[in-house]
Design a protein around this ligand. Structure first.
Ligand SMILES: [Zn+2]
Length: 127
């Protein structure tokens, strides 16, 4: 059974997922006041600000590329309890995320391998 109690979709700051234990903002337009943030990749339509001190899920490659573009992410992990990430195959470091086996999200995705990038990975989920 899913541990999700509510999925909120907002048009003011991206998609927000509320589970029993936390709020997760997916590629938000602004730094959220609270909760965890997932940044799928370092294209500028997916990262808009520095996340100093905020808890972020992102790949180390995304953190590096974001820093090169002037956005600092100081407190990040590649995965967390109940949160798995998968190669999205879009750009270096791009990730999809599976939250509590219920929600699968990615900002951009490629199913064909290109140059050094492999095919994006998917996962089954309950939702
Ligand atoms: Zn992109």
């Amino acid at each position: 059974m899913s541990s999700l109690k509510l999925i909120s979709f907002t048009n003011s700051n991206g998609i927000v997922i509320n589970t029993k234990s936390r709020k997760i903002s997916l590629d938000p337009d602004r730094v959220p006041h609270s909760g965890l943030t997932f940044i799928s990749h370092a294209h500028l339509d997916h990262i808009h600000a520095s996340f100093d001190g905020k808890e972020v899920i992102a790949s180390s490659e995304t953190v590096y590329l974001a820093r090169e573009r002037g956005f600092n992410i100081s407190n990040y992990k590649e995965e967390a309890e109940g949160i798995q990430t998968f190669d999205a195959g879009h750009i270096l470091g791009s990730r999809a995320v599976l939250i509590d086996d219920s929600v699968f999200y990615t900002g951009d995705f490629a199913l064909r391998p290109r140059a050094f990038l492999g095919r994006g990975k998917t996962s089954k989920c309950d939702g």
